[in-house]
Design a protein around this ligand. Structure first.
Ligand code: B1M
Length: 212
């Protein structure tokens, strides 16, 4: 792997946010693509931390500082990944479902969708079904996009689907779901309109709803 990408991954794992930001800027200045820096630097480091967390080699505080470093690095990439001045093609309401505080993947989904020219209203984390619906209604959104990282919270997506179906938004708003424990089969079983495995695919799928 490229040396600077390796260093970004290492410093991210050590939670060195200012250093990560500096290295990401250096990588950009060296001409590496934002996608390469994201996938092979930042996400590579986060994956290693995730594995160590799973094996009880690191704990919540270490994961939190690594997550902070990841978000700091993303601030450099964000304007490069989001096409400036692209005409908005539609509105998406995005959030991590109720009970779930993981937001790194959700933030990537936002970035990729904005990069496709979609307007994204990000409700943050711990978002209830009612809050998704209210925001979709207020903003005339065509898509509600839910992220979940816990097997204990992915069931909340079913609550969102059922609440939308029981509301005036039924048939007008598509529901997209994703996040590490979510699968195509799960999405189908709860009646969601779309499952995608990663942020890039989520953005492409959202765009395809508008093109349809
Ligand atoms: Co947590 N955590 N965590 N955690 N955490 C996981 C998810 C876990 C798998 C770790 C493990 O045990 N191996 C595990 C879940 C187990 C399970 O349910 N099966 C877990 C646990 C158990 C917990 C706590 C319960 C721990 C505790 O307190 N005992 C707790 C729960 C808190 C809560 O939410 N209520 C908790 C807390 C935390 C921190 C706060 C410390 C921190 C979150 C910080 C933050 O997000 N700001 C954290 C982190 C960082 C992780 C890991 C290490 C990394 C997650 C991450 O950001 N990955 C994670 C282990 C792992 O994943 N390896 C873990 C990088 C991110 C880019 O990937 O979010 O999957 P991801 O997004 C991907 C795709 O999933 C997809 O696109 C992205 C890639 O392009 N995607 C979508 C995401 N949303 C999408 C939506 C879409 C489409 C695609 O359409 C709408």
């Amino acid at each position: 792997m490229n040396e600077i990408l390796n260093e970004i991954s290492t410093q991210l794992q050590a939670g060195k946010a200012p250093k990560v930001k500096e290295l990401v800027q250096q990588a950009v200045d060296q001409g590496l693509s934002p996608q390469d820096i994201l996938e092979n630097g930042l996400l590579a480091g986060m994956n290693i931390i995730g594995q160590k967390f799973k094996n009880n080699e690191v704990f919540v505080p270490e994961v939190l500082v690594a997550a902070r470093a990841m978000n700091r690095g993303i601030t450099v990439l964000r304007p490069l990944l989001v096409a400036a001045g692209v005409e908005e093609k539609g509105t998406v309401i995005l959030g991590t479902v109720k009970g779930d505080l993981h937001d790194i993947g959700k933030n990537l989904v936002r970035m990729m969708m904005e990069g496709k020219g979609l307007k994204v209203i990000d409700l943050g984390v711990d978002v209830s079904a009612d809050a998704f619906i209210e925001a979709a209604r207020e903003n005339n959104a065509e898509i509600i996009a839910c992220s979940a990282l816990l097997t204990t919270t992915m069931g909340e997506m079913k609550t969102v689907v059922e609440a939308v179906k029981a509301s005036d938004l039924n048939g007008r708003v598509k529901i997209m779901v994703g996040g590490a424990p979510v699968t195509e089969a799960f999405a189908e079983s709860i009646g969601a309109d779309c499952y995608t495995p990663d942020a890039t695919a989520a953005a492409a799928a959202a765009l395809s709803f508008y093109a349809a």
